[in-house]
Design a protein around this ligand. Structure first.
Ligand code: HEM
Length: 405
């Protein structure tokens, strides 16, 4: 491990691809940085000297410490692009993922009660029904199919749209726009267009809910002192955070199960394994792979002084592969107790929708693998296209699968 007297390992750029043949493992450069120690220096493209935190204990410590900020306007240094001289605006009202207390709490508090374990369990039947409908449609259309569009994306999209109260007929366009935010492949121009269209749509939706409240989270929130603009920002965060993440877990998770047939067989044989299997897949895949923080004051961390104003890249994916926390970390073992993983983050920003995501995955994985006992890839594994590393959320572009009929 690195000690303060040894020169620290320095990483100069985040990788833009995973090692061929290793779609589930963090990129080699990050694992290599971690081999030098749980914290490395990181040279940002604009010349800023910041930090890359790869170890489980240190990532968790940063997330639990409010001296490390999530405020958007402090995130001046992009890990891959030199934005020197470009002013970063504060988060828009309601975009609480990118705020600290007390602003963050103003938005998170009214939502917490709507996403509790109990409330999400009540949705299980609905998730089961939506899942069964999509499996029926797959069966009817016959093999092969793209699992991303036939199964992995629509299930979380329908759930988050129903929770928020997005009318059924608006879902299609909407789903496409939200996915385009996170796939790392949308041109700046298209990104701007998708963002503007989504904002416009959400503004109209908030106005409609105020005029005619229905039975959903957004309508409930109109009965508070939150402004239309704030409700719009909150909805955007919920959509962006709730759709693409779970969709990629379902698709990449199925890919991982198909590449680990003994683990898949275990899950098929014992549906009671589903809860544990979901935690292990979350740990192993860490689709939400890196987040940024900025030090608000000088802080001692892992034997280093993190100076006020410096940027930290937190690698959740290597933290979840830290051998000191998870023995044989690169092995997918559905039998292990993977609880305590950081796939949903930790601290005040810990994923608000984690219970919803869990319900969706606990239902969808066993239902899929049991409906199609011969499910397999329809192309060689190395032809499955991965999202580029620049995407916020890791995943596959599509997952061609087939089965015997
Ligand atoms: C925050 C991951 C599903 C809503 C987060 C964070 C992570 C995460 C890592 C923390 C970010 C940070 O540290 O700054 C995931 C994964 C999911 C998932 C892996 C699926 C498997 C969902 C769903 C929803 C949701 C279904 C929607 C209902 C949110 C929100 C936040 C958040 C609102 C911001 C919380 C805050 O700032 O207080 N998520 N998420 N997520 N997630 Fe999720």
């Amino acid at each position: 491990p690195a000690s303060p007297v040894e020169p620290l390992h320095t990483v100069t750029t985040l990788p833009t691809a995973r090692r061929p043949g290793c779609p589930f493992d963090p990129p080699a450069e990050l694992l290599d940085a971690h081999r030098h120690g749980p914290i490395s220096r990181y040279s940002f493209p604009d010349g800023h000297q910041g930090w890359l935190v790869t170890g489980y204990d240190l990532v968790r410590a940063v997330l639990a410490d409010t001296r490390f900020s999530s405020r958007k306007e402090l995130m001046l240094h992009h890990p891959l692009i030199d934005y020197s001289g470009v002013e970063v605006p504060p988060a828009a009202p309601g975009e609480f993922l990118l705020m600290d207390e007390p602003q963050h709490g103003r938005y998170r508090k009214p939502l917490v009660g709507k996403f509790t374990v109990r409330r999400m369990r009540q949705l299980t039947e609905r998730v089961e029904q939506i899942t069964a409908d999509h499996l029926d449609a797959m069966e009817e259309a016959g093999p092969p199919t793209d699992l991303v569009t036939a199964f992995a994306t629509p299930i979380p999209a329908i759930m988050i749209c129903e929770l928020l109260g997005v009318p059924y007929e608006d879902r299609g366009a909407f789903q496409e726009q939200v996915v385009s935010f996170m796939n790392g492949e949308t041109s700046d121009e298209d990104l701007f267009a998708a963002y503007t269209a989504t904002q416009q749509y959400l503004a109209e939706l908030v106005a409609a809910k105020r005029a005619n409240p229905t039975d959903d989270v957004l309508s409930d929130l109109t009965d508070s002192d939150l402004t239309d603009e704030e409700l719009q920002g909150m909805s955007l965060i919920l959509l962006a955070a709730g759709l693409d993440t779970t969709a990629n877990m379902l698709a990449l998770g199925t890919f991982a199960l198909l590449r680990n047939p003994d683990q898949l067989a275990g899950l098929r044989a014992d549906p009671a394994l589903a809860d544990q299997a979901v935690e292990e897949l979350l740990r192993y895949l860490s689709v939400a792979k890196t987040f940024m923080r900025t030090a608000l004051e000088d802080v001692e961390l892992g034997g280093q002084t993190i100076e006020a104003g410096t940027a930290l890249i937190l690698s959740y994916s290597t933290a979840n592969r830290d051998a000191e926390r998870f023995p044989d970390p690169h092995v997918l073992d559905l039998g292990r107790r993977a609880g305590g993983h950081l796939a949903f983050g930790h601290g005040i920003h810990q994923c608000l929708g984690q219970q919803l995501a869990r319900v969706e995955m606990r239902v969808a994985f066993p239902a899929l693998v049991n409906r199609f006992p011969t499910l397999r890839l329809a192309v060689p594994a190395d032809e499955v296209g991965l999202r580029p590393e620049t995407a916020d959320i890791h995943g596959v572009k599509s997952l061609p699968v087939t089965w015997d009929i």
